[in-house]
Design a protein around this ligand. Structure first.
Ligand code: G6P
Length: 609
């Protein structure tokens, strides 16, 4: 998703902007650009369709020098990925602007602007903002012009704006899209997230909804949505600038898959005392809220949605609490009936997913008992605006396809389930058993990672396939769904997941020798049922790839490849069985030569609707 960087300093800001863009690459993008005001008070801009590396090459040949500038990575929404649509957009050689978000009334604004003589140079919704600011200038102060122009905008935006007539002033605003301000010594920066600025500062201010910041080299004034001057807290980040290196792995995704034992351990750490779940892991008020919970509504997108589905099996089975899971983009646009005592749980790696945030804001007005966020980013909008928070502590996830963020979300959700079960009279013995299962996870995850080579070999069978089917039952069905999502995201092989019992109601028609079928088959109460379903596949000539455990009694045979990845079955199975599917997707994508960390058309942080 689009990334913004900006800087006002006494030094040349181009290297800061370029490094910032490199660090935002993980968000996903298709074009990039930078603009500075040079010493002659003139706007200089370079844009490219393609990667930040190409932009860097162009700047090597034709450097841009300036003490103030803005830069952008664009993930196309309105208008195809090309140079004319890349940001920064400029109006009449005077105002330059970068934008993340979507302006919903761009068509009517564009028409008005054309009627009043503005030339339109791009197909983007963004260009109307820069024109609106220019139109509002009309002898007025730059900041006032931004105030007035943003009032015309409907939709979401984070923007950075510079003006050749005030070459020391950077104006930033946010509504619906994230933006942070980096505080330096005699210099300020703006960016879509803290990673972009870690090489230049550890101090950050997170702008809130509706804020506009008036920034010069030595002064920062923030106005809130009512245009009152406000003080916003400076946060010190503990992340180090090299947090985003690959540590010798070929891809971030592989590094992140292999870091799951530590990430899981980090998300458990401090959350268990004397074999008991520490309720304050969810916030000060958690105990009181949990004692009143009668049902749970989970809302999320993508991989996080799959985590929610798994949790719903756990919740009903372990805590006897009814649970309903919904995709955020659906929940936000329909009428829901909310029963008394329902806890609203949102799950999000980034905490900035536009649909999940909108669902939270709707939930806050809809009579839920309380709101809880399961999130990996401490200072995200989701965590700031939820009543209760569980931080997954997985460390930054850079690969677009989510891996460690997912398994640590499941850790948080399992802790939540046990915490809620405690308020429903869970025995101490049962609690301690569940805690032991959780504590065994890092070691067992490590064990599964050792199947790397076997899975890599298995992956070679998929290189010429166009479709794949994933099967699971019970809480392993969402694992199959997540496996299918991973494979399609990064290898571009069409993959579907089905509850194995549904096979005969349709998908069996597709099964032949060209349709590999992947099954997750732990030794649970549904194993025998699953085995019958797999027979249906074999009888039609479909080739099976089965991940099972030692006691599943499933061996490799003609047309069936089985990997016994685990020694025993318990509630941790959905977390553990996810790992081989991540590895499978990864190695298939490697063989296919795909862009694994930044798959085509996808973005890490989906901050627009
Ligand atoms: C994008 C990412 C997915 C992620 C989803 C939800 O689609 O590519 O990996 O699962 O957004 O993101 P969130 O940050 O809310 O978990």
């Amino acid at each position: 998703m689009c990334g913004i960087v900006g800087a006002v300093a006494q030094r040349d800001v181009s290297p800061i902007l370029l490094e910032g863009l490199k660090r935002l690459e993980y968000r996903g993008y298709d074009s990039a650009g930078v603009a500075v005001i040079d010493e002659n008070r003139s706007l200089q801009r370079t844009r490219v369709q393609g990667k930040v590396g190409q932009l860097a090459d162009m700047l090597d040949t034709n450097p841009l020098d300036g003490h103030i500038g803005i830069a952008h990575t664009r993930w196309a929404t309105h208008g195809k990925p090309d140079v004319k649509n890349a940001h920064p957009h400029i109006c009449k050689d005077t105002i330059a602007l970068v934008h993340n978000g979507i302006i919903e009334n761009h068509e009517s604004l564009r028409k008005q602007q054309q009627q009043s003589g503005f030339e339109i140079h791009s197909e983007t919704d963004t260009e109307v903002i820069v024109n609106a600011i220019y139109a509002c200038l009309d002898g007025k102060d730059f900041l006032q012009a931004v105030f007035n122009a943003t009032e015309q905008l409907e939709g979401a935006y984070a923007i950075g704006v510079i003006n050749v007539n005030e070459p020391e002033r950077l104006i930033a605003a946010r509504k619906g899209s994230p933006l942070v301000i980096g505080v330096g010594i005699g210099e300020y920066f703006i960016a879509s997230d803290v990673f972009a600025l870690l090489p230049v500062t550890q101090q950050f201010i997170f702008l809130e909804e509706g804020d506009i910041a008036d920034i010069t080299r030595d002064k920062l004034i923030i106005y809130d949505a009512d245009r009152r001057v406000v003080d916003r807290k400076i946060n010190i980040s503990e992340l180090s600038a090299d947090v985003a290196d690959k540590s010798g792995y070929r891809h971030y995704m592989l590094k992140e898959i292999f870091s799951q034992p530590e990430a899981i351990a980090a998300s458990i750490e401090g959350r268990i005392h004397d074999d008991k779940v520490a309720l304050d892991a969810f916030g000060e008020n958690a105990e009181k809220v949990f004692s009143q919970v009668k049902s749970v509504k989970i809302v999320a997108c993508g991989t996080s949605y799959h985590a929610g589905l798994i949790a719903s099996y756990w919740l009903e089975e372990i805590a006897d609490i009814p649970c309903n899971v919904e995709i955020a983009s659906e929940f936000r646009y329909r009428k829901s009936v909310i029963q008394e005592g329902t806890l609203f749980v949102s799950i999000s790696q980034s905490g900035e997913t536009a649909d999940t945030l909108a669902a939270l804001y709707l939930a806050k007005q809809s009579g839920f008992l309380s709101t809880l966020a399961i999130c990996n980013v401490a200072e995200s909008s989701l965590t700031r605006d939820s009543d209760l928070v569980f931080l997954t502590n997985a460390g930054p996830e850079i690969g677009v396809a989510s891996t460690k963020a997912f398994t640590t979300q499941l850790v948080g959700l399992f802790l939540l389930v046990v915490a809620l079960a405690k308020s429903q009279d869970l025995s101490e013995q049962a609690e301690s058993d569940y805690v032991k299962q959780l504590m065994s996870l890092p070691g067992r995850a490590n064990h599964i990672l050792q199947y790397k080579e076997a899975i890599e070999t298995m992956a070679s069978d998929f290189s010429d396939k166009h479709h794949a089917l994933f099967l699971g039952r019970g809480s392993l069905l969402p694992v199959a769904m997540e496996g299918a999502l991973k494979l399609k995201e990064i290898s571009y092989i069409h993959a579907e997941a089905y509850a194995a019992g549904e096979l005969k109601h349709g998908p069996l028609a597709l099964v032949d020798a060209d349709m590999p079928v992947i099954a997750v088959a732990p030794n649970d109460h549904l194993l025998e049922k699953l085995k019958s379903n797999l027979q249906e596949v074999r009888a039609r000539g479909g080739k099976l790839y089965v991940f099972a455990d030692k006691h599943s009694q499933m061996d490799s045979s003609e047309g069936v490849q089985t990997l016994q990845i685990s020694n025993e079955y318990d509630y941790m199975a959905p977390i553990l069985y996810t790992i081989p599917l991540q590895l499978l997707a990864y190695y298939v994508a490697v063989i296919k030569g795909a862009d694994i960390d930044q798959p085509r058309n996808l973005a890490k942080s989906v901050t627009v609707e």
